[in-house]
Design a protein around this ligand. Structure first.
Ligand SMILES: [Zn+2]
Length: 281
């Protein structure tokens, strides 16, 4: 328990400011009005990257700015069954994983899965389209750098993982009603295998955390396949949050000349096949 609490405070400090923490600094960031995204950089000296940073997230992934990179490899994720805790993280609903939740390997570097959380509506746009929700799986390397794997969701059939979590999410909402703003619900062992879906296509770019302090050099991987969740599930993810955080997506940020690279399994296969054909036996 102590480990979990310690970890939550650490994660809150990094990814999302809890009110208790924020009040001591006299700052609460939000998604509208005086504390809205346009003002984040001025709320706290530690948040200046939010306004002056040139590698900010999210972005709109547009076709003409996307480059197919044949040296990218299929996304290698190796997650394990681990203890998890569902948390009302004030600015979003998050799930924290215990140690040993597994890794993602990006450019031969290992990043360990620490937590995941949801934004409604989506933060990244794909070819100009904003979706109903976005899942961020946050990984951290030994050197402290971050890699986030994001999935976009449109309204449609139920998302199986959230279906499993339904009772826990309802409990989290009830805790909030009782006045417990930073409620936690123990989930127990989570089999993360079905979160770790095989992906045939993804986009990769260098960006930032999408909440203050908006730290940069975060490796982003946006999965190319837009998945579905039901309208009720989107509502369930929003239900434990205060009104001002129910819409918790930062607007798209300028690309500033960055390259968005694309991995596509079928394109890789085609290229390999055609290069094989060209080779004389
Ligand atoms: Zn996020």
């Amino acid at each position: 328990m102590i480990i979990i609490i310690k970890f939550c405070f650490f994660a809150m400090a990094i990814l999302c400011v809890a009110p208790a923490n924020a009040q001591t600094q006299g700052v609460v960031f939000g998604y509208g009005g005086k504390n809205g995204p346009n003002r984040w950089g001025h709320l706290n000296p530690h948040y200046t990257k939010c306004s002056v940073g040139k590698l900010q997230s999210p972005i709109d992934i547009q076709r003409r700015q996307t480059f197919y990179n044949r040296s990218l490899e299929s996304l290698h994720r190796d997650y394990h069954t681990t203890n998890a805790t569902l948390v009302n993280h004030v600015c979003n609903v998050a799930m924290f994983f215990g140690e040993g939740a597994g890794d993602v390997v990006i450019d031969n570097k290992n990043y360990s899965l620490m937590q995941m959380h949801w934004h409604t509506p989506s933060e990244h746009h794909l070819h100009g389209v904003q979706y109903a929700a976005e899942l961020h799986m946050v990984h951290q390397a030994k050197d402290g750098s971050y890699a986030v794997v994001a999935s976009l969701f449109k309204i449609g059939s139920e998302e199986p993982f959230l279906s499993q979590m339904k009772d826990k999410l309802v409990k989290l909402k009830e805790e909030r009603r009782k006045g417990n703003q930073t409620a936690q619900v123990e989930v127990g062992k989570i089999d993360t295998r079905h979160i770790e879906r095989k992906t045939r296509k993804y986009f990769r770019y260098v960006g930032s955390l999408t909440t203050p302090p908006c730290s940069e050099n975060v490796s982003w991987t946006i999965l190319g396949k837009v998945r579905s969740m039901s309208k009720e599930q989107v509502e369930l993810l929003r239900s434990p949050l205060d009104t001002s955080y129910k819409n918790n997506s930062r607007p798209c940020q300028p690309l500033n000349g960055r390259r968005v690279e694309m991995f596509h399994e079928l394109a890789t296969e085609k290229q390999e096949t055609s290069s094989k054909k060209k080779k004389p036996n």
